[in-house]
Design a protein around this ligand. Structure first.
Ligand code: ADE
Length: 247
């Protein structure tokens, strides 16, 4: 999968992409992140990429020309690939959006800076806008890295374990069950017996119930959208949860 990133801070990307599991994924040809400096496409001799807002007010606005020139000269006329602006005004990123994007061959990510971007960028260049949450950062670079990271780990072969992403928190609409490794006892806390039992059906049931309980306690909001079986609902009911049925 190819990611083309358009940014005024290209230097922030390599340190993260060249560490972590993502470096191995790039070396193995599973993903390719190409970072493009918007400033290289500014036409004046000072390479200006921002300007004061029409109508006054504080802050600076990203000019349209360098962004259009960068994106159009790199992507060419080919249509069909998502061109995503990272902005606090976008739809909120989550695991479903990550899964949706992981099915694309190529995506472009535009990192906003300053107070905002000229509206013509939104209107005529961008096909989708993504926010990583209801807070405001100084730019879209960290959000772009978050999107790349969450999408890349869903690509076949990126995680060592082929089922690695299947049990993730949020993958099934539930939070993940608790994990334990050696030693069997640590600071007075023992690993639950069932995990040492070797009984795979029992372990699977315990994990499912722990996922349900955790989600009920910590994120009841997502429980309403999760795919639940009859036995899940029965278990939740025993723990005080009543599914809201809409009329
Ligand atoms: N740029 C600044 N804040 C952001 C956010 N929350 N999500 C995406 N891009 C941003």
């Amino acid at each position: 999968m190819q990611f083309d990133v358009f940014t005024l801070l290209p230097e922030v990307f390599p340190p993260y992409l060249q560490s972590s599991i993502l470096q191995r994924a790039s070396q193995r040809g599973l993903m390719d992140v190409r970072v493009h400096n918007i400033r290289d496409y500014a036409r004046d001799k000072h390479h200006t990429t921002d300007d004061t807002p029409y109508g006054g007010g504080g802050g600076m606005v990203m000019k349209p020309e360098p962004v259009f020139d960068a994106v159009e000269s790199i992507l060419g006329p080919e249509a069909g690939r998502p061109v995503i602006l990272l902005t606090p005004q976008g739809r909120v990123f989550n695991q479903t959006v990550a899964q949706e994007l992981s099915g694309r061959e190529k995506i472009a990510l535009i990192c906003g800076r300053y107070e905002g971007v000229d509206e013509r960028i939104r209107l005529h260049l961008v096909t989708d806008e993504i926010s990583i949450g209801d807070y405001v950062l100084t730019g879209g670079e960290i959000p772009a890295l978050i999107v790349i990271d969450a999408v890349a780990r869903l690509l076949p072969g990126v995680l060592g374990d082929p089922d690695g992403a299947a049990d993730d928190s949020h993958a099934s609409g539930l939070l993940e069950y608790p994990h334990y490794t050696r030693p069997p006892e640590f600071r007075g806390e023992s690993v639950p017996e069932v995990l040492l039992s070797g009984d795979h059906a029992k372990i699977a049931r315990w994990r499912r119930e722990q996922s349900l309980l955790r989600t009920l306690q910590r994120r009841p909001d997502i429980l309403e959208k999760a795919k639940l079986s009859k036995s899940d609902l029965k278990f939740l009911k025993e723990h005080g949860y009543e599914l809201k049925v809409e009329d």
